[in-house]
Design a protein around this ligand. Structure first.
Ligand SMILES: Nc1nc2c(c(=O)[nH]1)N[C@H]1C(S)=C(S)[C@@H](COP(=O)(O)O)O[C@H]1N2
Ligand SMILES: [Mo]
Length: 316
């Protein structure tokens, strides 16, 4: 479907600017007509995004890389958050419409104590840590971000998962009143992603509530989003409202939109090209020269054992 394939072509890989322009025009036309009823196109974000509130008492973490940080400005203005539009600057322009308080997160499925938590309570589950992670988008750009959060595994203790919990499904908010592009079939909404239970329970898997010492900017997935640093960025679902522990492998929004391009695992792997471009290299936001992409995004030592015996070309 044209409207879907257009959004995930990395701008850097476009060789035919004319074709790109036509596709963009098509998307915008479709978006405009979908929006015509009821939802006025938002005015440009009033002023520069407000810097967020600081978290007190942030601990340092052992799960941190010693690399040059990507500037706050780049991390918060070059985003993928399709609920707010397909262009990199759409989230920073439109995400001010997101109401990140009050906010609840429902935890259900294969758990002894399904519950809906207020975000304020979720943030008390564990001490907040600063973790500097590499983050690699499937489109070929990457960044190094000081996230604030705690390991997802803390959640299991709260809800007592059963032995039937083999996978975890993460569901993002899909509210057309706040998110204009939820009226546009760019993806199958709500945005859904999934992990195998052992991937979810790995200490590197982070529930992030902030970055650069501050509450999460809305364009980066306020109030709480996932970060799975050894996988392509799309696994890291934003603005999570539901976490489901399930028996069967979830079908993510990206698997539904293009199964031949986006598999369930989506581990960063320089040796397995995306069907339309290589994954051997990446460009750090703000840098000119490309660098080599590392297996598991540089986290092989920590996570490769999770995939022992698996054919990672087939399980991409
Ligand atoms: N709900 C939701 N989550 C999402 C996305 C999205 O469009 N919607 N985009 C994904 C993709 S493709 C990437 S690369 C990262 C981008 O995170 P960032 O904007 O904080 O860099 O968010 C991921 N999580
Ligand atoms: Mo991405």
């Amino acid at each position: 479907m044209l409207i879907k394939s257009a959004v995930d072509i990395p701008p850097s890989e476009i060789t035919d600017p004319d074709l790109f322009a036509r596709r963009r025009h098509f998307i915008q036309g479709a978006a405009a007509s979908a929006l015509a009823s009821g939802f006025g196109l938002p005015a440009l974000a009033a002023a520069a995004p407000q810097r967020g509130e600081k978290f007190p008492d942030i601990r340092k973490s052992q799960w941190t890389v010693d690399e040059k940080l990507t500037p706050y400005e780049s991390v918060t203005t070059y985003n993928n958050f399709y609920e707010f539009g397909p262009d990199k600057d759409d989230p920073a322009k439109h995400a001010h419409r997101l109401k990140s308080r009050p906010w609840t997160i429902t935890v259900e499925g294969e758990v002894k104590r399904p519950q809906t938590f207020a975000i304020e309570d979720v943030l008390k589950w564990a001490p907040l840590e600063e973790r500097i992670y590499r983050f690699r988008c499937v489109e070929g750009w990457s960044m190094v971000v000081p996230w604030i959060g705690f390991s997802f595994s803390e959640i299991a203790r709260r809800v007592e998962i059963t032995g039937n919990a083999k996978y975890v499904e993460f569901v993002s908010l899909a509210d057309a009143e706040q998110m204009p592009y939820v009226r546009v079939p760019l993806l199958d909404w709500p945005y859904v992603e999934g992990l195998r239970i052992d991937e979810a329970m790995h200490p590197l898997t982070l529930l992030a509530a902030g970055l650069y010492g501050e509450v999460m900017p809305k364009q980066n997935g306020a109030p709480l989003r996932l970060i799975v640093p050894w996988k392509y960025g799309f696994k890291s679902a934003k603005s999570i409202v539901k976490i489901r522990f399930v028996r069967d492998m979830p079908r993510s929004s990206w698997m539904k939109s293009a199964p031949q391009e986006y598999g369930f695992y989506s581990n960063v792997n320089p040796e397995v090209p995306h069907p339309r471009w290589s994954q051997a290299q990446e460009r750090r936001l703000g840098e000119f020269l490309k660098r080599k992409t590392l297996p598991f995004n540089g986290y092989a030592e920590q996570v490769a054992a999770l995939y022992a015996g698996m054919d990672l070309r087939r399980n991409y």
